[in-house]
Design a protein around this ligand. Structure first.
Ligand code: ZN
Ligand code: ZN
Length: 332
């Protein structure tokens, strides 16, 4: 039997997209930590706009911060009306090494709020242009510099298939963004995930709050199965894909036993399996807490397909859901 989610002792609740007073958030980094700690989180990436920042002073034995930045590839003259109508690319970069304060372009503006972080950061002089070409250059460079890149809120960014199809080198997609959903945007990006996978990308999935104010804290999160709460162990688990994204139900186990895929989870009304092919499975009912899916046909027909994958979605009665990453045939 193969464990698709490792049976480690702890799955740590992680918030991988938040803002503080270092950029346009309303809470100080200390206040952001206090809110997330109270909501049961153990991992926090403060992804302030345009400034890479480390917050080691917030770490304690039960709480770990990740060094990070949110990039926005809007051009220098991004201002109304372009900022109202126009497209943009937003990516979060998470440093694999906590002391890595590289960023691809200078801070947009240095103010009293971000001066300390800006002075610590060191940057390239790349241009910020809203194009897939520019995005890919930055993603490539960020990878070389030791960062994991997340593609944020494509719905809010007004991005469509031609905008995201060319992207390469992403570590994960933000499948849900609480801040945008609460503001009325449908940033539940299942279709974008499916498209990126079908295009041959191997990427994980995360669900994030994009917190600027307290009301979004704990709306979406990523559960990371790390062997301990240390920076290297958490990054290792993220790179391995030992995680799932959720805005409600927990997944308790996910295994492949021969040709049978098995999941146990919090009470749900639907569990689906989707693949790269015209093959899907679904169970539905009241308070389902497990699902078993016979993958024999998919396994047989997908043999030799380097892009063959499956992924699961668990939907609860209140509409909240958990999403697994895609599992590829050659890793089973
Ligand atoms: Zn953003
Ligand atoms: Zn953001």
């Amino acid at each position: 039997m193969k464990y698709l989610l490792p049976p480690v002792e702890n799955y740590y609740k992680a918030s991988l997209h938040t803002h503080s007073t270092v950029s346009d958030g309303k809470m100080t980094p200390e206040e952001v930590k206090a809110h997330y700690k109270a909501a049961g989180f153990s991992i926090l990436a403060l992804t302030d706009h345009h400034i890479v920042a480390a917050h080691p002073q917030l770490n304690d034995p039960d709480f770990l911060t990740l060094t990070a930045i949110e990039l926005g590839l809007d051009s220098e003259d991004y201002a109304p009306p372009a900022s109202f109508f126009g497209q943009t690319y937003h990516f979060n970069l998470i440093a694999k090494d906590p002391g890595n304060l590289w960023q691809p372009y200078p801070p947009k503006k240095i103010t009293d709020r971000n001066r300390r972080q800006a002075e610590a950061a060191h940057w390239d002089q790349r241009e910020r242009i809203c194009s897939a070409e520019c995005a890919n250059e930055i993603l490539q460079r960020a990878k070389e510099e030791g960062f994991l890149a997340i593609y944020n809120h494509p719905t809010w960014s007004k991005q469509r298939y031609p905008d995201y199809a060319p992207l390469k080198g992403l570590w994960a997609l933000e499948i849900r963004n609480t801040h945008n959903v609460l503001n009325g945007f449908d940033d539940n990006n299942h279709r974008v995930y499916q498209d990126l996978l079908e295009l041959g990308n191997r990427l994980a999935v995360v669900a994030c709050d994009d917190t600027h104010r307290p009301h979004t804290v704990g709306g979406s999160w990523t559960m990371i199965g790390a062997k301990e709460l240390t920076y290297p162990a958490v990054i290792e688990a993220m790179e391995r894909g030992d995680l799932y994204a959720t805005c409600g139900p927990a997944i308790h186990s996910l295994t492949l036993d021969g040709e049978m895929l098995k999941i146990t989870c919090d009470p749900a009304v639907q569990i689906t399996v989707q693949t790269q092919a015209r093959f899907a499975k679904r169970v539905a009912g009241d308070d389902i807490t497990e699902g078993e899916f016979d993958l024999s046909v998919w396994l047989q027909k997908s043999a030799g397909d380097p892009n063959a994958f499956f992924r699961l979605t668990v939907t609860a009665a209140d509409g909240t859901y958990a999403a697994t990453r895609a599992y590829f045939l050659d890793e089973l």
